[in-house]
Design a protein around this ligand. Structure first.
Ligand SMILES: NC(=O)CCC(=O)C(=O)O
Length: 277
C-alpha cells in the first residue's frame, strides 16, 4: 500500500469518435507527464451519451477503441481505467463497459455497468435498458498501490455493490460517470462522500466536461472523496485534469481508529456476491 498519483480526465465528448479518442490520448499524455500512475477517463468517453449512438458506436472487446486504450496505457506507462464505451458482447447485446489496462497496455479488468440508468424525474428522463444489457459482476483489479474497484455512474447509488468491492479488497472506488443537471447538483457529491465514508476508501468520480448543447448535459464536477468523507479536490464544468496524490495508507489508519468494517454484524446481515454467468 503506498501513494498513488491519480489523473482524472474531465474531457469534452463530441460526436466524432475519432476526435474523442485523440482528445483522450492528449489528456492521458498530459496526466502521465504530470506524474500520474493511474489515469481515469469518463463514462462513454468515445460516444455521446444517448441511446441512439450506442449501437452504431459499439465495438467488440479487442476492437479499435480497445486497441487505442491499450496503446495509451502502454506508451505512457500508466494504469488506465478506460472510462466506459458501448461494447458489443459475444451474445450480440450491448453493454456499458469499462476496460482496465496495466502500465504495459495489458487488460487487467473489465466492468460492465450492473445497474442500468432508467429514471424519469422532473428534468431528466433516460432509459438505458431500452438499448443496453446489464453486467453481472463486481469488478476489482490489482495495482502495485493496492486493489481498486470499478463502478459505472448509476452503480454508485447502490451501497451493496460498493460494499462487495470493498469486501474484495478495494481501497479505492473508481467511478467513470456522467450525472446530469438535475440529479448532479442534488446527489453527486453526497453519493461520493457517502460511499467513501461508509466504506472508508477513496472514491474518484470522473465525468465528461459540460456541453450545454448536448441532448444529455453532463454535470461534470469530477472529484475525489477521501476515507474520512471529505471532498479533497473538485473540478467545475470545464475540461480539465485533476492530478492528486492519494496516500492509500490513510485507509488503514482511519479503519484502525474508527473500525467500522470490523464492527459489521455478519451474524445479523451480509452482502454476498451471486455470480450469474
Ligand atoms: N449515466 C448514468 O448512469 C447517470 C446516473 C445519474 O445521473 C444518477 O442520477 O444516478
Amino acid at each position: 500500500m503506498g501513494v498513488v498519483r491519480v489523473g482524472l480526465i474531465q474531457m469534452l465528448v463530441e460526436e466524432s469518435k475519432e476526435k474523442n479518442l485523440s482528445r483522450a490520448e492528449e489528456m492521458v499524455r498530459e496526466a502521465a507527464g504530470r506524474g500520474a500512475g493511474l489515469v481515469v477517463l469518463p463514462e462513454m468517453f468515445n460516444c455521446p451519451y444517448s441511446n441512439e449512438f450506442f449501437p452504431p458506436y459499439a465495438e467488440q472487446e479487442g476492437g479499435y477503441t480497445w486497441q487505442r486504450l491499450s496503446r495509451m496505457a502502454g506508451e505512457r506507462r500508466v494504469f488506465l481505467v478506460g472510462g466506459s464505451v458501448p461494447e458489443r458482447g459475444e451474445d450480440g447485446r450491448i453493454y456499458n463497459t469499462s476496460y482496465i489496462f496495466d502500465d504495459r497496455g495489458r487488460q487487467i479488468g473489465k466492468h460492465r455497468k450492473v445497474h442500468l440508468f432508467d429514471i424519469d424525474v422532473e428534468g431528466q428522463y433516460f432509459r438505458e435498458s431500452e438499448i443496453l444489457a446489464p453486467g453481472s459482476r463486481a469488478t476489482v483489479f490489482a495495482t502495485p498501490y493496492g486493489r481498486m474497484g470499478v463502478m459505472i455512474c448509476y452503480d454508485l447509488r447502490f451501497p451493496e455493490l460498493a460494499r462487495l468491492l470493498v469486501q474484495k479488497g478495494a481501497l479505492v472506488l473508481v467511478v467513470p460517470a456522467a450525472f446530469n443537471m438535475t440529479t448532479g447538483p442534488a446527489h453527486w457529491e453526497l453519493l461520493f462522500r457517502c460511499r467513501a465514508l461508509d466504506n472508508q476508501v477513496f472514491a474518484l468520480g470522473v465525468a465528461p466536461a459540460r456541453d450545454e448543447k448536448a441532448s444529455y448535459v453532463s454535470y461534470a464536477n469530477s472529484l475525489i472523496a477521501d476515507p474520512w468523507g471529505r471532498v479533497v479536490v473538485r473540478l467545475g464544468e470545464e475540461e480539465g485534469i485533476l492530478v492528486e496524490d492519494l496516500d492509500l495508507g490513510e485507509v488503514e489508519k482511519i479503519r484502525a481508529a474508527l473500525p467500522l468494517l470490523k464492527h459489521i454484524r455478519r451474524d445479523l446481515y451480509e452482502v454476498r456476491e451471486k455470480l450469474q454467468d
